[in-house]
Design a binder for this molecule. Structure first.
Ligand SMILES: [Zn+2]
Ligand SMILES: [Zn+2]
Length: 157
């Protein structure tokens, strides 16, 4: 998430711990970051989870929850987890399901989409994250199961 306030202390994006995180690396690539630049990653001594951060221009900080995916013989992948509100029922109990899904009707060709599932209504929300988070109701194509439609009711599909 973009935070415009002046802050020098990095706060754990998972649990809010703010008494100093452990820097793991200054140069990681977050697969689905809001800005395409290198991020730093810190581990929280309290909850042991990872927070990625980047500073864009003067004092615009991007801070995300990130998950590490270890790969054999290759560098780890880092995936940002965004605070997503379900577009169907407004629940905040969502979980990331799939990164970079194929969308039939993207708002812009520049956007990539991640899919979140709702623990409450079990339906899917697609988000784009370039610069800002945008949420959409997502519905699977009945024939091509790896293809998704955004906001199907609003567009009359
Ligand atoms: Zn923490
Ligand atoms: Zn829901």
């Amino acid at each position: 998430m973009a935070v415009a306030e002046q802050t020098t202390t990095l706060v754990c994006a998972w649990c809010g711990y703010n008494a100093g995180l452990d820097r793991i690396s200054d140069h990681i690539h977050v697969v689905n970051a809001q800005v395409s630049m290198e991020h730093a990653v810190d581990r929280c001594p309290e909850c042991k989870r990872f927070t990625a951060s980047a500073t864009w221009g003067r004092g615009l900080h991007f801070v995300y929850k990130v998950l590490e995916y270890r790969k054999r013989f290759r560098r780890s992948s880092w995936v940002a987890v965004y605070p997503v509100v379900c577009s169907w029922c407004n629940s905040t109990a969502t979980e990331p399901l799939e990164i970079n899904v194929t969308v039939a009707n993207p708002v812009s060709q520049r956007f990539k989409y991640d899919l979140y599932s709702c623990n409450y209504c079990k339906r899917m929300t697609a988000i784009s994250y370039l610069g800002e988070l945008r949420n959409h109701r997502a519905e699977r194509d009945e024939t091509y199961h790896s293809l998704w439609y955004l906001d199907p009711n609003q567009e009359g599909l």
